[in-house]
Ligand binder design. Sequence first.
Ligand SMILES: *Cc1c(COP(=O)(O)O)cnc(C)c1O
Length: 384
Amino acid sequence: MKKNTLAVHGGNTKKDAYGAVIQPIYMTTNYRIPTDEPLDWSGTEIFSYARNLNVNQDVLQKKLCDLTGAEDCVVLASGVAALAGVFMTFLNSGDHAVVSEVCYSATNLLMRKYIPEKFKIDTTFVDTTDTEAVKKAIKPNTKLIHVETPGNPTTEISDIEAIAKLAHEAGAILCVDTTFAGPICIYPLSHSADLEIHSMTKYINGHGDSLGGCVLGSKELIKEIKQLAMVNYGGVLSPFNAWLIERGLKTLPIRMEQHSKTAKKVAEFLNASEKVRFVWYPGLENHPQHERAEKLMKGQYSGMIAFDIKGDEAAHQRFLKELKLITHAVSLGSVESLIIYFDKSSDKLPHYPEIFREGFFRFSIGLEDAEDIIDDLKKAFEVI
Ligand SMILES: *Cc1c(COP(=O)(O)O)cnc(C)c1O
């Protein structure tokens, strides 16, 4: 079956006792245990306790596997719980990890500060769009390469397949956080990555009403993450959030198609405007890794744009104030358009390419009509 069908039907076992068509929410912490076998207290295969496995989590995991072709999946309490789960599971004291210089703020803090300081793990941050730089950063004790692509917030694209090859030659695993593209525009596992992470808070749920994270990969690797991050650290996803996210996921392929179409139009508008200092969108020919994006993303470039306008700090703040339809807020991948400003004082800027260091906007294109989004931008441009 194709992806729209799988998004709607995947994971639904249709086993409800009353014949409910839509998967009901199972708000229960414990399940009756069959007495024909001894109990595995930390098992994640049978229903015993909701931190080991709960019905709505199971349905969501199966839907994600059906949709992506992944062998196995674990869903956790947030995208950050998924990231921390992977880092803590596959890194031990004395190990080394290579991480994308452009990455989510919690990835940056976890891998630059907390994990090295607490657990004596060595990390190197590199520009992973430069495959040679990744190669040079690898050490004999490198156990994990963590790549974010498209990078949040710059939209930079790394060569997943080439980095997977380097990782495997070095005996390391490659994990790709592809939250910016949902599991629709890029399937890292099909490009030889070992693990794929998504903040489900963003495109997968898509409605801005619940946190969640997932990791996709082989049964063997996912089982280890379940044991540590879920059963023993307790980062389990609640049945209610799993239900909301599974509900949102049904429309992911059609939402992504629309996000991509609208974002392309908005990016083209920004690109042509004399008020704009620069715009990066993987679907634009002037994006620094457009060719790589073309191969990876196959015509759907997601809804994330990075751009800046000309003018001083006051002009930037005025621009934000003038936006009426587009909301000034964090997060992304939701039905409504969201914009956030990284101003000059942000300590994140030194990690980004030169052009970003004067400040810029991260723009998440929602499901409104392109004409209305462009109209909102035009009106704000008129006053600056
Ligand atoms: C938002 C985000 C995360 C963290 O996800 P939460 O659900 O907020 O914990 C991780 N990676 C990327 C790329 C993100 O955009």
